[in-house]
Design a protein around this ligand. Structure first.
Ligand code: T5A
Length: 235
């Protein structure tokens, strides 16, 4: 199969027809799913086609891998094997859902993506060269146009995640200690500092509505040329 063209190398007309790829990242319970629901509604209110998805998962094969990863069944295979599984899931998700959606002009909102591997598996000790090689394999030319890191103190995020979970047990990664969750927060912030053109940090503190307004300001500023004219859609 020929490689997908790099979207930044496409002529303007082709680029304009392509959708936008936005990923939301951050620690447990930061509010990514909540904000994707709100952002999807606002973009759809403007008449845009939106695909909301998540990782690990998002396609039937990737959802099967998600079950193996989050249940902890894959944990005994070691962090390198888990990293390969995240990459395999991502490659299928990109090829079968994300790339086709972008090609037909949809905006794709993805709850976690490659930065989560850099942070979670990177902090588990997996060699960053392996992580980057697998990322290139899985993502190809479909790098996010914008990554929003929802930033929140780990303790508060874990409290929110516990409320959402109710009586269910914490998953494979959520059950780690507070110090690891704080280190993940710092690692997300380091990615933002290293890639300011792609990544914007948004405080996830405050009400969902307050966070949504912060996110919308970023979207308006970043995609002014791609959003239909008119007032911001209400929450
Ligand atoms: N992982 C993932 C890796 O290790 N490597 C990888 O490459 C990838 C892709 C995924 C796990 O896999 C790991 C990271 C994760 O540990 P998941 O179940 O998809 O697991 O977990 P999360 O993505 O962390 O999902 P959460 O549901 O925990 O967090 P969200 O989506 O950030 O939060 P959300 O929106 O569900 O909100 C949580 C609760 O808080 C409330 C919500 O109503 C909900 O009850 N809430 C708020 N409350 C107060 N104020 C606000 N502003 C609120 N916003 C939401």
């Amino acid at each position: 199969m020929p490689p997908e063209p790099d979207p930044s190398a496409l002529p303007h007309a082709a680029r304009a027809a392509r959708g936008r790829f936005i990923t939301l990242e951050g620690g447990e319970g930061a509010g990514k799913s909540t904000q994707i629901r709100i952002l999807r509604g606002r973009l759809e209110a403007l008449g845009l086609a939106v695909v909301a998805t998540r990782e690990p998962g998002g396609s039937p094969r990737a959802e099967a891998i998600r079950e193996a990863l989050l249940s902890g069944k894959a944990e005994a295979a070691g962090p390198e094997a888990e990293t390969a599984l995240f990459a395999a899931a991502r490659a299928d998700h990109v090829a079968t859902l994300i790339a086709p959606a972008l090609a037909r002009g949809a905006w794709v909102l993805c709850d976690r993506f490659a930065d989560s591997t850099r942070v979670y598996q990177g902090l588990a000790g997996v060699d960053h060269k392996l992580i980057r090689a697998l990322e290139r394999m899985a993502v190809g030319a479909h790098r996010p146009d914008l990554t929003l890191i929802l930033d929140i103190p780990a303790k508060l995020g874990l409290q929110r995640a516990a409320v959402r979970r109710g009586a269910e047990a914490a998953d494979r990664f959520e059950k780690d200690g507070l110090a690891i969750h704080e280190a993940r927060r710092d690692a997300f912030l380091a990615i933002a500092a290293a890639e300011p053109d792609r990544v914007t940090v948004v405080s996830a503190d405050g009400t969902p509505e307050a966070v949504a307004e912060r996110i919308w300001s970023v979207i308006e500023a970043r995609f002014r040329d791609a959003l239909p004219p008119g007032p911001a859609p209400s929450l």
